[in-house]
Write a protein that binds this ligand. Structure first.
Ligand SMILES: Cc1cc2nc3c(=O)[nH]c(=O)nc-3n(C[C@H](O)[C@H](O)[C@H](O)COP(=O)(O)OP(=O)(O)OC[C@H]3O[C@@H](n4cnc5c(N)ncnc54)[C@H](O)[C@@H]3O)c2cc1C
Length: 259
């Protein structure tokens, strides 16, 4: 490792005041620390969010579930009152990753194979930062890209309670990252189908949403032709394989909700 400064503020305002173009936020460090070790990032200072208590916790409030950005995947798995979300968190990585990795770090990083983006978009969540509230649909823009601006800190993610939801993933057996992950949800805003792992960034499968809105059954998506155009192709799976997985996993999610 090379030398850098390390700051551990105890309030959000202090953290925000420390941020500039040469500093980087540290959450669980599961992505950031390997990045530093490989010299892919060389900030002058890390601003560790772990002492800011207001950023932690799973807080159900009526038909909303607010989760602090520094809440670990293990805490979400244990406490989230949306079963599909708890199950998604339980399926992330291994116990070590789940005990360190955070929901805020995951969505800020926007790895194309991460699980949470499917929950944020599929469940129609809202991301709150120290500056604004951002609809989940608008948050993820491209591979490892989000609308977050310099100096912006995610404070929490609020999920409306869905009428029903299920998340299915076909995971990489080594890392458990999603080769493809599909969240299907019946929400107050209609049916949502969000896909992670398959493309450069999470996206909604609007054709399936329309079909499931008129008839919520596995048969209604059976004849949808999922195109492989623009999907990821790598040593784990071709674009065509991922396209097929989208339909297979969407049907499994629908079957779980229906069952
Ligand atoms: C072996 C392994 C297996 C994994 N398997 C999976 C998996 O199956 N599914 C999955 O979804 N993920 C998986 N992950 C990812 C992991 O779960 C973490 O979510 C991810 O690495 C980032 O979260 P973190 O809290 O560690 O963030 P960090 O690594 O600390 O930070 C990541 C980035 O987010 C920024 N950031 C952090 N917090 C905030 C905030 N509050 N506001 C704004 N920016 C912020 C940081 O500055 C940094 O750029 C795996 C990771 C490893 C190492």
């Amino acid at each position: 490792m090379y030398e850098f400064n390390y700051k551990r503020p105890s309030t959000l305002d202090e953290a925000a005041a420390l941020l500039n173009e040469d500093t980087v936020l540290l959450a669980g460090g599961q992505t950031l620390l390997p990045t530093l070790k490989q010299r892919l990032a060389q900030p002058e200072a890390l601003v560790d969010l772990s002492a800011i208590e207001s950023l932690r916790g799973v807080c159900p409030d009526g038909d909303q579930l607010a989760i602090g950005s520094m809440t670990t995947h293990a805490e979400v798995a244990a406490k989230a009152t949306i079963p599909a979300l708890a199950s998604l968190a339980k399926g992330i990585g291994d116990a070590q990753v789940r005990n360190r990795g955070t929901i805020g770090g995951s969505i800020a990083n926007n790895d194309p194979a991460a699980d949470y983006p499917a929950a944020v978009v599929g469940l129609n969540a809202v991301i709150t930062t120290n500056k604004r509230a951002i609809a989940g649909d608008d948050f993820f823009t491209d591979l490892f890209e989000t609308v977050l601006e310099e100096g912006e800190i995610i404070t929490n993610v609020t999920f409306p309670q869905p009428d029903a939801a299920a998340y299915m993933k076909f995971d990489n057996p080594a890392s458990r990252y999603a080769i493809v992950g599909v969240m299907v949800a019946k929400t107050s805003n209609g049916i949502r189908v969000a896909i992670t792992g398959a493309g450069p960034c999470v996206f909604r499968q609007t054709e399936m949403e329309a079909a499931l809105s008129s008839n919520f059954s596995t048969q209604s998506i059976e004849n949808i032709n999922v195109s492989a155009d623009g999907l990821n192709s790598d040593l784990h799976a071709s674009a065509e394989y991922r396209a097929n997985l989208i339909k297979v996993l969407a049907k499994r999610a629908v079957a779980q909700i229906d069952g």
